[in-house]
Design a protein around this ligand. Sequence first.
Ligand code: G6P
Length: 614
Amino acid sequence: MCGIVGYVGLKNASEILVEGLKRLEYRGYDSSGICVAVDGALTVAKTPGRVMNLEDSIEGNPMFAAGTIGIAHTRWATHGRPTQENAHPHTSTNEKIALVHNGIIENYSTLKKFLHDKGYEFRSETDTEVLVHLISEFYGKDGCELLETAVQLALKEVTGTYGLAVISADEPDKIVVARRGSPLIVGVGSDEYIVASDASAILEHTANVVYLNDNEMGVISRSGMRTMTTDNIPINKEVQQIEWSLEQIAKGGYEHFMLKEIMEQPESIRNAITGRLDMREMQIVLGGLSDIAPQLARLRRLIITSCGTAWHAALVGEFLFEELAKLPTEVEYASEFRYRNPIIEEGTAVAVISQSGETADTLAAIREAKLKGALTLGVVNAVGSTIARETDAGVYLHAGPEIGVASTKAFTSQITVEIMMALMIARRRYMSQATMENYMRELVLIPDKIEKILEQSEHIKDIAAKYIDRENWLFLGRGYQYPIALEGALKLKEISYIHAEGLPAAEMKHGPIALINDGMPAVFIAPRCETYDKIIGNIEEIRARCGKTIVVATEGDTEIEQFADHVIYVPDAPVPLQPLLTVIPLQLLAYHAAVARGCNVDKPRNLAKSVTVE
Ligand code: G6P
């Protein structure tokens, strides 16, 4: 959940490290810290709060101006409050070793007691600090003159997850990095290396990278990198190319990343379907699934598991796979799935959906599914991420980097990929060519339809402005629109801190209707579909209790205006594709409400983009 950067080369390390931290802030921003090695001594600075505080604190410091090797960290607190003491890097008692860590040391209290009994003084409340003392316990003893050997011995004692980078004043030309369960990438430049938890901190310097796998480590100096397992077996790693450009990562002229990402959805969906919807041959080509297509056609059951917004995409998937492919589908929170000893029979596939490809619970769920012999599928955005690598087969979203903590474009790309997967399987089961072609033609039209919805941003902003003082909102939808109601409520909660509840519309009368009072906003997602008349009944129920109704409806449905206080129109589409359209106004509603309330839209309090801890 935290972000790590390391640099060794010929340039000013602290500038590169601070820039890298800024790009990683979306992984956590409770505190940050930096350490450089100069003339056989380490210099450390740490500050609570955002990276800009750290930048200010090291300005003009000659040590930071001189260092060409260093490590840095931006933290999302797990063990210990977000204070200066708890910020990384953590250093050994003699200030000779410094370490940054991402992940959790599960047996830290046992290790802490062991080290405490040996006389080590602890200066923080973190689990990480045990690691640096453990390394120094081994370092320098007989047969353990090298930092990497001490790191290996320390890691043998550790239960838990880590992505880490360590430097030593006694070997000031090297960084030792290791990974288990938390991502770590090494950028390979000329005469320089940049280590980071993800590519956005590296791209400015090089597109050539080495992805470390679990239980692998690297010893990096200006002259080269050696890679090995944490058991010290040498390994050769391939240098790969990152596809994302820096411009893709920058804000592109929008006030917030989130708005940019909302506005990018026509393009991100086009990217998801490009090369996959073959409109000449009228077939769906999902390269990552082609080898297992016959196996998919014979599936008896599909389980989709994920977290957060990706879980809502999974719920939409349940409708898609059951309706289009007639494939019995269940959806489960990854955090529940991993612990409840799920039943996996012959013919079951487990699909996971994840923007980052690093979510700890989702990763654990896939490992559980594999253990039980399921075919595992990944619907992932981050190329080369752990989930992408550990699943048997899968489909990338190609949505580009998503920086705003609240997920938007990844969500619509996840649904787009699910639609293509469902159609591909459906065609091999019960769906006629003509029906599939019809869906394909409709899917191609979706990006232009989204553009029309995005043009209504100002109208949606005006609606949001009227209700930003209301602390409780309801989001209601039926069928395919039920997960969209959940997603609309989650977006509002995440970024505006307004309490919102999403429900299947008919459930409202079984309890939540008691909440309705004068002026309470209820957002209905009511495009033209089979249950349209029923949802009109639900709207009336709210109106009768003096609630205010904001309705997302199908273009041309003027009838709805007599029931609604506000209407936001979306173009028509076949029912299974409608979620791609109806979610857009809800993203904009949440965005404008959050901005009007003065919230930090891209970095909402207490949230992190990539949750790599349980
Ligand atoms: C975090 C993010 C959410 C995201 C969820 C799952 O909670 O704040 O936006 O939906 O993790 O992340 P994933 O990367 O697996 O899609």
